[in-house]
Design a protein around this ligand. Structure first.
Ligand SMILES: Nc1ncnc2c1ncn2[C@@H]1O[C@H](COP(=O)(O)OP(=O)(O)O)[C@@H](O)[C@H]1O
Ligand SMILES: [Mg+2]
Length: 272
């Protein structure tokens, strides 16, 4: 329980501490145990890739870290406080989230999308809010000429960049990404990875990323957590996870598509 997570135990190097987490969904016919006694600690500055089969609860775990969803049992601590206490207002200043789907409000311009969380707070004058949004637009590599475009007029890669700018509008130390490069062409995907990599370096962000894309994983991750059998079966640097004797790990990393990405691992010392 929370009581034994005393202040002294909340070591400053852990941005996320998940302890004995259970997620159970009940239907009238059956009960689905998604997470069972799952433990996961994420250190400051880590870029953690979360991998696992479809339906293993990766997105659910991100939502629980964000405080959008409550686990059935167990503790999710973010920056030393229960994730459930982040609240919708406080959340954006502590955790930024890039959702897999529905990234932008289609009726808002690029600038208004980025400004949204700050405007919601209502504590800053509008010209300052716009100025902040403009800085973030440039931070994600987009020029001011894109500020008044509508989402429908953007490429997939640009949508992701704008969504990232919005996630970072309040300078959160923790960034959550759900399949950030899924659906992007290889060039946009490479560009987005390079952007994430430089932001991680410049801003000292801690990043938790769900991805199936091995190129993205090898380029960015300092560690990989594998979700299988309702828990994190291994969490380690990529080169150690690859050697872990678990059927999912072997198939995911060393199957046909994994071979090509192995080449990349040799090329990117950052990942090892
Ligand atoms: N609110 C919910 N009610 C019932 N089942 C849910 C709910 N949210 C997720 N699930 C189920 O939990 C499982 C894990 O979902 P999800 O976290 O989206 O998996 P992943 O992102 O790993 O593919 C899925 O089987 C999904 O159908
Ligand atoms: Mg998912």
């Amino acid at each position: 329980m929370l009581s034994d997570l005393s202040a002294s135990r909340l070591s400053s190097e852990h941005v996320v501490e998940i302890h004995k987490l259970w997620t159970v969904y009940k239907t009238p016919e059956a009960e689905f145990v998604i997470h069972k006694d799952l433990d996961l600690n994420i250190a400051r500055g880590e870029v953690l890739s979360l991998v696992g089969g479809s339906g293993t609860g990766k997105t659910t775990l991100l939502r629980q870290i964000l405080g959008l969803e409550q686990p059935t049992k167990g503790d999710v601590m973010v920056l030393g406080a229960p994730a459930s206490e982040l609240g919708s207002q406080g959340a954006a200043s502590r955790v930024g989230m890039l959702f897999q789907h529905g990234a932008l409000f289609s009726a808002f311009s690029v600038l208004d999308n980025i400004a949204f969380p700050l405007r919601e707070l209502g504590s800053l004058p509008d010209d300052l809010v716009e100025e902040c949004a403009m800085v973030k637009l440039q931070m994600v590599g987009l020029g001011a000429e894109h500020a008044h475009k509508m989402p429908a007029d953007l490429s997939g890669g640009m949508v992701k960049r704008v969504a990232l700018a919005r996630a970072l509008i309040m300078d959160p130390p923790l960034l959550l990404l759900d399949e950030p490069t899924a659906g992007l062409d290889p060039e946009s995907s490479d560009g987005f990875c390079a952007l994430l990599r430089s932001l991680h370096k410049e801003l000292g962000l801690t990043v938790v990323m769900v991805t199936h894309d091995l190129d993205t994983l090898y380029e960015l991750s300092t560690s990989v957590a594998v979700l299988a059998q309702q828990k994190v079966v291994v969490k380690a640097p990529p080169k150690d996870v690859i050697a872990y004797p678990h059927p999912f790990v072997q198939e995911f990393f060393l199957g046909e598509r994994g071979q090509r990405a192995m080449e990349l691992l040799r090329e990117y010392p950052f990942a090892v």
